[in-house]
Write a protein that binds this ligand. Sequence first.
Ligand code: URA
Length: 299
Amino acid sequence: MTSTPNSLFRHYLNSLIQRGTTRASLTEEARDVLRTWYVTAKKGSRAHSPSSPSSPSPRPEPQPTKTPPPSTNPELFPEERKPSSSITLPEGTMEDKLQYLRDLAQNWKPARDLNSLRDTMVFATGNPHTQLMLIGEAPGYYEEVQREPFVGRAGEKLNQILKAMGLSRDMVYISNIVKFRPSLPNQRTNNRAPTPEEIEACLPIIMHEIQVIQPKMIIALGGTAAVGLLGEQGSVSSMRGRFHDLNGIPVRVTYHPSYLLRSDNPREKRKVWEDMLAVMERMGMPVSEKQRGYFLPRE
Ligand code: URA
C-alpha cells in the first residue's frame, strides 16, 4: 500500500491514541489542513453513497489539496443553507421569532440524535436589531457555564476587536454555528471543534437566525463558521481578504479570536484588523486615521 501524507498522519495520530494521548495541540494552519481533509473525505464518501448521506462507510483516501480554489460547493449542506427546511417561523416580532428558534434549538433532534454534543444549549447574545452579525464555532467550557457565546478568553479577545471598531457586544449580534459544546470523554475544561455532522445538524438554526436578523454584514470567525456557512472548501487564509455572498448578505471570513490568543505576531493581528477595516468601510462606518494604522508593523 502506498503511504500518502494523509495515511502517515492518520497512522501517527493512531499511535498517539494507542499510547493513551487524548489531547494534541495544533496550530491554526494544522487545523485548517485537517478541516480541508475532513471536508474532502466527507464529500468523497457522499459521492460514493448518495442514498445514505451520513453513513459512516469507509471513506476514500482524500487527496491532499494544494490551495483549493474557493468555489461554492453545492453538495455541502445544500438545503439547510437556504433558510427553508422544516422550520416555519411564527408571526410576530423579531424577539418572538428568536425565542421560537431558541426553544427549538434546545431540543433540536438532528443535533440531539448525534449523541456527540453536550446537553446545555447556548444560543446567542447581543442586539437582534443590529446590522452586524458575528458567527463563531461552538460554545466552550465558559460559554456552557454562562450559557452565552464568547465569554471565555476568546470572548475577551473578541470584545477587544469590537472595541477597536468602536463597537460593543450589545451593538452586534453574536452567535455560533453549533449550539452545544462538542463532547469529549472525561471532559473538563477542554474543548474540541465540531465535526461536519454536528455543523450540518445545527445549520438550519443559524440560517434561520440570519433570516430573522437580516444583518447587513456577517463576520465568520474562523474556519468552522466559514466552511459551514458558505459551503466552501478551504482554509481561513484562502477565504479571507474578500467578501463572500450568503443569500445576498456579504460575509467576511477572518481568523478565530482564539488564533490571536495563540499567536502574538502583530502581522496576524493586522490581518484580522484589515478584515475588520474592510467590514467597517463596506458598512459605511467612520474609520479614523488612528484606526487605519492599528497593528501596522513598526518601521
Ligand atoms: N469559540 C467560539 O467559536 N464560540 C464561542 O462561543 C466561544 C469560543
